[in-house]
Design a protein around this ligand. Structure first.
Ligand code: SF4
Length: 214
């Protein structure tokens, strides 16, 4: 595992690679609802398929009551591109019911509140907290999970375990852009297949290098 100085150096180099990382803006209302719905739809779905499903659904309704008023078949048809549409339609309706009955129709602004909603796990909760409510938290998706475990920044067998490890190990000052920095590095350089280790700025820090090239 990387020590404190190494973790700081790692994050500093990633920030130098991406100096203009946009800061998330706090939003709310319908944006928050759209965000949590898109997150629910994104499970095991490619970004473009999630976007297509979200667009089709929001053309029909974009409030909890509006979605509850739709026949389930219309929801299923709209979200079909995202896959697992029967389960997701059911969770979506249960989530809308819980928002109305337990949260006054608004999206809760705490991890605990978000994770109490059907279909919402830690990754989804952290994404909504960060990108919709502008809170300092590092959401761990498949790319962040991979970079953390390869480098030794944090460890965990699952994304949720890595998120808990990272929360304790990410250096001060990197909570606001840590997700974007790690995500971008994972997509551009530390790719799942054929990572670009020989030109990676982290190779002298990374626990996986050079064994990963064997
Ligand atoms: S050296 Fe390779 S494995 Fe390590 S962070 Fe860079 S790309 Fe990923």
């Amino acid at each position: 595992m990387l020590d404190e100085d190494q973790r700081f150096e790692l994050m500093k180099r990633l920030r130098a690679e991406l100096p203009d990382a946009p800061k998330p803006q706090a939003k709310g209302g319908r944006d928050a609802f759209r965000s949590v719905v898109s997150c629910l739809l994104s499970a095991q779905s490619l970004d473009r398929n999630t976007a297509a499903a979200s667009k089709a659904l929001f053309a029909l309704a974009d409030t909890p009551q509006g979605i509850l008023d739709l026949p389930e078949e219309r929801i299923v048809d709209a979200i079909r591109p995202a896959g697992l549409y029967n389960v997701k339609a059911r969770n979506l309706r249960r989530m809308c019911r819980a928002l109305i009955d337990e949260h006054g129709g608004t999206v809760p602004q705490t991890r605990k509140g978000l994770m109490s909603l059907p279909g919402v796990g830690r990754k989804c909760a952290d994404i909504v907290l960060h990108f919709t409510f502008g809170q300092d938290t590092v959401a761990v998706d498949t790319h962040v999970h991979r970079v953390c475990n390869r480098t030794g920044l944090a460890h965990g067998k699952t994304e949720a375990q890595t998120a808990a490890s990272l929360e304790a190990r990410i250096p001060d000052g990197f909570l606001s852009d840590g997700h974007l920095l790690l995500l971008t590095h994972g997509k551009r350089t530390c790719r799942a297949r054929a990572p670009l280790c020989p030109t990676c700025v982290l190779r002298d820090l990374c626990e996986a290098f050079p064994a990963i090239l064997d």
